[in-house]
Design a protein around this ligand. Structure first.
Ligand code: ACO
Length: 330
């Protein structure tokens, strides 16, 4: 059995936060943000009553409607997120409830910006071993809920979004063919949300110290990301005897255009074969890669070789080799 992506859908909140808007909020400039990150605007889920599960549910509803899948036929939902609605129950559970996936079980997976790839690899195994037929993998993050909009070093980077893919058995040779994933906890301190867990439970002190927001020491994260995302993409291409000419699309996590460029150069994949939408959405953490697949779906054809790559907090990083299973132009 081979697990293949057979449909993809995305959800973006309507409200846009532009670089010009951020110029009015913190000491920054459109020019700095564009040249250092490539970002021009991001989407923000402004409704205070809505959470990550609401965006995830929108994406899964769209996925079901376009693929003709009845929500009651979903066997499993895996949700990659670092902004769950709450610590428990899991956001996957809440999404399942909201879309009417009454026969599904589910769980959340926490691997920051690599979350979608970790979830894809994990979820694929249930299709491959025959214990599930219809598996939904969601990447969803309401990053605005953990961003400090007075901190110019992080608030310019992130946006909110969700996207989902459907995994089903492929009778041919398409699907998730190979993966290489890594974790290194020694990088944990450089990019984290310091409080709210069992180490530093929420208190007046943690709130006063702004420890419920993203903390990032940007330069060490940048240095690690720039080499590791490029190296692992190259590694997986080598292992599968893929040259740059064999790769139809490089699908990188969208954290910073300079990190994407480094991966493009290392793999040798031409620039026009790299999916880039960071300018429109910023870093939406677990949602970036499935959102790219969603944006480029109409250009994908069965048999296309895709190299997915990510680096994120943890540190976590990895690459997944996907042979695309359907023609996007339907
Ligand atoms: N506007 C203007 N100036 C700024 C801003 C801003 N928004 N942010 C920082 N600066 C200033 C800094 O204060 C510093 O000023 P100083 O020299 O006077 O001290 C100067 O710009 C340079 O700062 P750097 O941190 O060196 O800037 P850098 O070029 O490294 O870019 C960035 C910062 C964009 C955050 C970069 O380090 C980066 O992309 N890091 C990696 C992000 C990443 O990949 N994260 C992983 C995924 S996220 C996840 O897993 C949830």
């Amino acid at each position: 059995m081979a697990a293949a992506i057979t449909s993809v859908a995305g959800y973006l909140p309507e409200d846009r936060l532009t670089n010009k808007d951020l110029e009015k909020m913190v000491d920054t400039s459109d020019e700095w943000i564009r040249t250092r990150t490539g970002i021009e605007e991001r989407r923000i889920l402004k409704d205070p009553t809505k959470a990550t599960s609401d965006m995830g549910a929108e994406a899964v509803r769209a996925l079901c409607s376009k693929s003709g899948l009845d929500p009651t036929d979903i066997d499993l939902i895996v949700c990659a997120t670092v902004t769950p609605d709450m610590l428990f129950p899991s956001t996957a559970n809440l999404i399942g409830h909201k879309v009417g996936a009454t026969k599904a079980w589910g769980f959340d997976l926490s691997a920051a910006c690599s979350g979608f790839l970790f979830a894809l690899k994990t979820a694929a195994q249930f299709v491959e071993n025959g214990t599930a037929k219809n598996v939904v993998v969601v990447g969803a993050d309401k990053m605005s809920s953990i961003v400090d909009y007075t901190d110019r070093t992080t608030c310019v980077l992130f946006g909110d979004a969700a996207a989902a893919v459907l995994l089903q058995n492929d009778e041919g040779d398409c699907g998730i063919l190979d993966s290489q994933l890594y974790s290194d906890g020694s990088g944990g301190d450089y990019l984290c949300m310091p409080a709210g867990g069992s180490l530093r439970p929420s208190s007046h002190e943690t709130v006063d110290a702004k420890q419920h927001f993203i903390f990032q020491d940007g330069q060490p994260v940048f240095k690690a990301a720039v080499t590791k995302m490029a190296d692992v993409s190259y590694e997986i291409m080598q292992r599968n005897n893929l040259t740059a000419d064999d790769v139809a699309w490089l699908v990188p996590h969208q954290a910073n255009l300079r990190i994407i460029d480094a991966t493009q150069r290392r793999t040798g994949v031409p620039k026009d074969k790299v999916m880039i939408n960071i300018q429109k959405y910023g870093n939406t953490t677990a949602a970036t890669i499935p959102l790219c697949l969603h944006d480029w779906e109409s250009q994908l054809t069965r048999g296309d070789n895709l190299i997915l790559a990510a680096f994120g907090g943890g540190f976590t990083w990895g690459s997944v080799y996907v042979k695309w299973a359907y023609d996007g132009k339907k």
